[in-house]
Design a protein around this ligand. Structure first.
Ligand code: URP
Ligand code: ZN
Ligand code: ZN
Length: 474
């Protein structure tokens, strides 16, 4: 067989909904039109009653990331597989910085990722230490296809940069058409509150959130906006968790600051109450989940296009890493949340989500009437591709784009959970949630990765994406 003709579906892009057929030749979309004629040797897929969406783009993952004396439990194969099973065909992962030159850090991350990759992928570079040499090295990242750097206003003595250093990074990034991502929390306040909580014997998971207050996130978001304004540089607020951050983002944008933002499903669906559960460690991530009022403000921001992207910050750990699970026929156990059973500061920060994002947002965003199907595509596919220099190759359905295609069955009902998710961990935050509307088939550059919940992909299929600088600010 050569070529693929998907017939009779309803195309959903960020801007339009229309009936059409779609032809794939080689790795790209060749043609979209009404009643396309079948060609000899072409595989024809009947998509009557189905929706046709672009493959999802998740710009915030942490695969195989060493932290808290362990490592995030999905590697660049299992994480990519989980992404694809949930409709995501492109991911961008973060390269941690150590004392080596930045390009050496990148080379090492390629060594962990390239042979395992099962969907297309790119990298951001963390800048957690700045000196004159690092300043010179940042522009070299562009030639390596990396056009975004992440800085932190929290994690004192570990990842945090001073405000002056962040200003310098923003200036360098602007000069070279790069985008600066910021993790916004108040590192100093967290340091004081954590010490006080531990001294008072407050060690349960809820104290993770209580020692990282929303005010710190809100204040750091505005501080980041002010630094971007003074550097005249674009900036992107990652993992927006507090409603007040949406207010600051909206304020900054109204003043002409080139600021954009992302939130993640955990901040739309969970709150401090989840951290108070007996198994609350499952919900530990940084920044923490907040309140129902914060959730509502974030939803409104998505509806009003005040926040441009939904990503996941996928950084999974086992809930009980002493008990092995079966993954592709192998027994796997990786130390996880149990490391902090008696001390919330030792619970690995992060949670699974790369495979859940599109499934959960379809049913509980589109299905619940909170998002239109076009907003769903904008937030999960098109906007992230545009902001991170991948558009129009990724994130949309047009001739010439990579044939990353989802055939989405809007009527199919399933019960979600760890059993049908390919994330390599022993729990799923959405265990038992009823879904209506899931991907029936997932294609990466015209190759079938998933059909009817079965995995046809393999390690090595994914390609590194060299991204373009000077991407638009949405
Ligand atoms: O808890 C989280 N999010 N871990 C990953 C690191 C980060 O700051 O995104
Ligand atoms: Zn972060
Ligand atoms: Zn992250």
């Amino acid at each position: 067989m050569s070529g693929l003709l998907i017939k009779g579906g309803t195309m959903i892009t960020a801007a339009e909904t229309f009936e059409a057929d779609l032809r794939v030749e080689g790795e790209v979309i060749a043609e979209i039109g009404v009643n396309l004629a079948e060609r000899a040797g072409e595989e024809v897929v009947d998509a009557e009653g189905m929706l046709i969406l672009p493959g999802g783009v998740d710009v915030h993952t942490h695969f195989d990331l060493p932290m808290f004396g362990t490592v995030s439990s999905d590697d660049h194969y299992t994480g990519h597989k989980a992404a694809a099973m949930g409709g995501t065909t492109t991911v961008i992962d973060f390269v941690p910085q150590d004392t080596a030159p930045l390009l050496e850090n990148v080379r090492r991350w390629h060594a962990r990722a390239d042979a395992k990759a099962a969907v297309d992928f790119s990298f951001h570079m963390n800048i957690s230490h700045l000196d004159a040499q690092v300043e010179r090295e940042i522009p070299e990242l562009v030639k390596a296809g990396i056009t975004s750097v992440k800085v932190f206003t929290a994690y004192n003595n570990r990842l945090r940069l001073s405000d002056g250093e962040i200003l310098k990074v923003l200036r360098i990034a602007r000069q070279h058409g790069m985008l600066t991502l910021v993790h916004a929390e108040n590192g100093d306040v967290i340091e004081v509150l954590v010490a006080e909580a531990l001294a008072a014997g407050r060690t349960s998971p809820e104290w993770h959130a209580l020692t990282r207050p929303a005010w710190g996130a809100v204040e750091a978001a505005l501080r980041s906006a002010s630094l971007a304004a003074q550097a005249e540089a674009p900036i992107y607020l990652v993992h927006m968790n507090a409603g007040g951050e949406a207010d600051q983002l909206t304020y900054a944008r109204s003043k002409g600051v080139q600021m954009m933002g992302e939130t993640c499903p955990q901040y739309l669906f969970f709150s401090l109450d989840d951290l108070k559960r007996e198994d609350g460690a499952k919900w530990i991530c940084s920044p923490p989940v907040r309140s129902p009022a914060d959730q509502e403000r974030l939803w409104t921001a998505l509806q009003k296009d005040e926040i441009q992207v939904v990503a996941t910050d996928h950084c999974p750990f086992f809930y009980d890493g002493t008990r092995p699970i079966e993954y592709e026929g192998q027994s796997v156990a990786i130390p996880g949340k149990e490391l902090g059973r008696d001390d919330f500061t030792r619970i690995p920060n992060g949670l699974p989500g790369v495979g859940d994002r599109m499934l959960i947002l379809w049913t509980y965003g589109v299905g619940a009437g909170r998002l239109t199907p076009n907003q769903f595509v904008a937030l999960n596919c098109t906007n992230p591709a545009k902001i991170f220099g991948l558009y129009p190759r990724k994130g949309t359905l047009i001739p010439g784009a990579d044939a990353d295609i989802l055939i989405w069955d809007p009527g199919k009902k399933i019960r979600h959970g760890v059993a049908n998710s390919a994330q390599r961990t022993d729990y799923n935050l959405y265990e038992g949630w009823e879904l209506q509307g899931v991907p029936l088939a997932v294609y990466l550059r015209g190759k079938l990765l998933v059909r009817d919940g079965r995995w046809y992909g393999k390690a090595g299929m994914g390609r590194f994406l060299h991204r373009s600088p000077y991407a638009p600010v949405l």
